[in-house]
Design a protein around this ligand. Structure first.
Ligand SMILES: *Cc1c(COP(=O)(O)O)cnc(C)c1O
Length: 404
């Protein structure tokens, strides 16, 4: 008997793997099997919020232009999509990214702002970058040689940025060595310095020393007839914390999306930002669980009295922070509900003993609608920070709105 059953399952599975789902089969699919609702999560971006934030950031910096850092796929929100929106902002001077692929994709999407590539590039991509008006960073002697060769091969004047390490210790030419390299650039021809930049650390006393190192370098280079172009130092934290970090332009990332680097920043009240995105997912399952039932692999959530549990098709593999199960909420209709479990591809919500929620209703996991689901409110509820909670997977579809 057992043998037969196994054989049966085997045959069925073997059969299943060979079924080809052709157009004929699809045409005859019963209506019941056609989905009448969304079944995947997505992101929504607000054009007006991004434009508002860019203008506010420039105001925070006393009117200085903004170089928008859209590295890491704009912290998961879509580098190309956000760059296309910011292309219409008069406060934005340039878009800064770390990978050559990102720089090329943004350029190909029709973004007209200059693009500052803060990282390395594949030599094969060199001509596309130069033709796409991408400014290439010189962060070492080798990167200088590579860009000089690119200029010779393309017979083009290549715009470059001097990337200086004033103390972050991560990328760039150590500041004591920058003068020599800058002199070599100005002697060799084919290259034009249009930016000089560095990155500040957060502790104020050290950031002030970094600013001094940077300003001394710029002054010495200029006195020696070497033009340094646009000078910039400040990521979001420093631009809020230290007004002499502003230089010729500021270089924020996270502020553009409507989040402050941390919850306690003074400037937050003076220069309110708008949450620029929503994370949404539909309810794909609705079940009334009994007292004693549990949810999740680790049986993380225990149902104490009968309650409706909704499943959303989103999890930590999509970039939704797994710590949400420690107290985050989501908006469904006009009400907030508690997240009770987050797995790699699923999240469960407790709806209480009675509910009007239906399969297909759409939950907002992050958005501007309620202080508990804003990026900052969410970060607070999960005891996380504003950066780590935005790492959304590139494959999440993005829908662009004029305004929310
Ligand atoms: C990430 C980064 C920024 C922006 O940082 P935020 O904290 O998001 O404002 C600026 N400059 C460099 C070099 C960076 O790597």
């Amino acid at each position: 008997m057992e043998q037969n059953r196994r054989q049966f399952i085997y045959n069925t599975l073997a059969g299943l793997t060979t079924i080809t789902v052709g157009p004929q089969l699809l045409a005859n699919t019963p209506l019941l099997f056609k989905r009448s609702y969304e079944s995947k999560p997505w992101l929504e971006l607000s054009k007006s919020a991004y434009l508002h934030n860019a203008a506010q950031i420039s105001k925070m910096a006393g009117g200085k232009p903004v170089i928008a850092v859209l590295k890491n796929n704009a912290y998961g929100l879509g580098d190309v999509q956000v760059a296309k929106i910011l292309n219409n902002s008069t406060s934005i001077a340039s878009i800064a990214v770390v990978t050559d692929e990102s720089a090329i994709a943004i350029g190909r999407a029709g973004v007209k702002k200059s693009i500052l590539l803060m990282g390395d590039f594949d030599f094969d991509n060199g001509p596309s970058l130069v033709n796409g008006h991408v400014i290439l960073s010189i962060f070492s002697k080798d990167s200088l040689k590579k860009i000089q060769l690119l200029s010779q091969e393309t017979k083009k004047l290549v715009k470059v940025a001097l990337y200086v390490d004033t103390g972050l210790g991560r990328m760039g030419i150590p500041y004591e060595q920058t003068h020599t390299i800058a002199q070599e650039i100005s002697k060799s021809g084919g290259l034009k310095i249009t930016h000089t930049f560095s990155t500040l650390t957060s502790p104020k006393d050290f950031a002030i020393r970094q600013i001094h190192r940077f300003e001394t370098l710029i002054k010495n280079l200029n006195e020696n007839g070497i033009s340094t172009g646009l000078a910039h130092l400040a990521p979001s934290y420093s631009l809020l914390d230290l007004s002499n970090s502003h230089q010729d332009a500021v270089r924020p990332g996270i502020l553009l999306h409507g989040s402050f680097p941390n919850a306690k920043m003074e400037k937050a009240k003076e220069f309110p930002l708008e949450v620029s995105y929503r994370l949404k997912a539909p309810v794909i399952r609705l079940e009334k669980l009994k007292a004693g039932d549990t949810i999740g692999f680790s049986r993380f959530y225990k149902v104490e009295r009968e309650e409706w549990i909704a499943t959303l098709p989103i999890g930590w593999a999509d970039g939704y922070d797994s710590r949400a199960e420690n107290g985050a909420k989501v908006l469904l209709g006009n009400e907030l509900y508690k997240v009770v479990n987050v797995n790699s591809s699923h999240t469960n919500i407790s709806l209480g003993s009675e509910t009007k929620i239906k399969i297909g209703d759409v939950a907002t996991l992050i958005g501007p609608e309620n202080p508990e689901i804003t990026p900052a409110g969410f970060a607070k509820l999960i005891d996380g920070n504003n950066y780590l909670q935005i790492q959304y997977k590139e494959s999440l579809p993005k829908r662009i709105y004029e305004t929310f």
